[in-house]
Design a protein around this ligand. Structure first.
Ligand code: SF4
Length: 375
């Protein structure tokens, strides 16, 4: 199996009792069967823990879970935020969910992609304060067998090529981030048309149009295409996020406050945040999500998910310093992307709701871009 990972992946070490948050607070931990069997077979020396584990287990739909305690925290968290299971059984004693977190995995047949989730404060710090372009490295690991999948190999390679170009565009400093995003939308829109018609062999020619020598021509085309188009309204973003499943009430309060502010001052100009922060945020989202369209989802939908996530964090992060931005990115990740149903709902909205059209998004992104001659 080939393992793909961002260059900073190995820098992660859990902050344990020094963590300002606790990963499992507020979440139900989904338990794998292997761990459940292991817990059931714990010997007499662990009989108290075995009993606590039995008491905490429950079902959520088809999933076996640890039910959260009445305060919303994992029942195994001690007063200092440490895990009782890990303290007694060591890291090998953890279930797959806890053992893996905050790492995420994407399986693509003979390729496994791994990364760090922004929902953990230490992972967010590593990812979002990384300096310069991120390299994505590959290693062979013969101990991991290829995963079973229903991937169409041709589509997979076509989407991989799209993502490679997208990752280069996302990191194409000194081009302003908004212009990079407009190019990304154009790439995904055109790429999705080819994927839909199964013209996988044409993806290479498409991506060549976005290389550093030719991309300014594409940018001019973006600008011409959205001439006279109503820009997407920033207010749609918090309004949409409120409609998702929400973990903590403070998040809803924050979104509602932003909606009210925008209603009172609809013409307020939303400024880009620190370009390095925005670049790393966008890169992390593209790495995690865009390749998923190899399984048949819309590449344009995933692109909108990445860019609208950036725009939502930009909107909520106006006037914030670096530490507050890291916290905000972590909250966004916890609230939005850690619930696959939320992600699916967003993809559906971006695909079907005309207010999130690629043209409207591009018009918003290129508000400050000089008008091409003869437009
Ligand atoms: S949120 Fe991250 S740093 Fe904090 S306890 Fe969990 S894994 Fe460790």
């Amino acid at each position: 199996m080939k393992i793909v990972f961002p260059q900073y992946f190995a820098e992660f070490h859990c902050l344990a009792d020094g963590c300002p948050d606790t990963c499992c607070a507020g979440w139900e931990v989904v338990l794998d069967e292997e761990a459940a069997d292991r817990y059931e077979q714990l010997g007499e020396e662990h009989s108290r823990l075995r009993e606590r584990i039995r008491q905490a287990m429950g079902k959520d739909g088809g999933d076996l879970i640890f039910r959260a305690a009445s305060d919303g925290r994992c029942p195994f968290l001690d007063g200092s935020g440490l895990c009782d299971i890990q303290k007694e059984l060591g890291e090998e004693g953890l279930c797959r969910t806890c053992h893996l977190y905050p790492r995420f995995i994407g399986e693509y047949g003979g390729v496994r992609e791994i990364g760090l989730s922004l929902s953990c404060p230490e992972a967010a710090r590593i990812v979002l304060t990384h300096k310069g372009k991120v390299a994505f490295l590959t290693e062979d690991d013969s101990s991991v067998p290829p995963s079973l999948n229903d991937l169409d190999a041709e589509r997979y390679f076509a989407v991989r090529q799209l993502r490679e170009t997208a990752l280069s565009l996302a990191q194409a400093a000194p081009l302003p981030v908004d212009e990079r995003c407009a190019l990304l939308l154009r790439l995904a829109k055109k790429g999705q048309k080819k994927l839909h018609k199964e013209k996988y062999g044409e993806i290479e020619g498409l991506t060549a149009r976005f290389d550093p020598h030719r991309m300014m021509g594409e940018l001019q085309s973006c600008c011409r295409k959205c001439a006279g188009v109503e820009p997407m309204a920033y207010k749609l973003l918090p309004e949409t996020l409120i409609s998702l499943s929400i973990l903590r009430p403070e998040w809803k309060v924050r979104l509602e406050r932003k909606v009210r502010e925008l209603e009172m001052e609809p013409l307020v100009r939303i400024r880009p945040l620190d370009a390095e922060f925005e670049t790393q945020f966008l890169t992390a989202f593209l790495y995690r999500y865009l390749l998923r369209s190899a399984y048949g989802g819309s590449a344009l939908g995933y692109m909108k998910l990445c860019i609208n996530s950036l725009l939502a964090v930009r909107l909520l992060g106006q006037g914030c310093g670096q530490e507050e931005l890291l916290t905000l990115a972590r909250l966004y990740s916890r609230e939005v992307e850690h619930d696959e149903e939320n992600v699916a709902q967003l993809l559906d909205i971006f695909e079907t709701d005309k207010r999130f059209s690629a043209k409207g998004m591009t018009a918003l992104l290129l508000q400050d871009y000089p008008q091409p001659m003869g437009r």
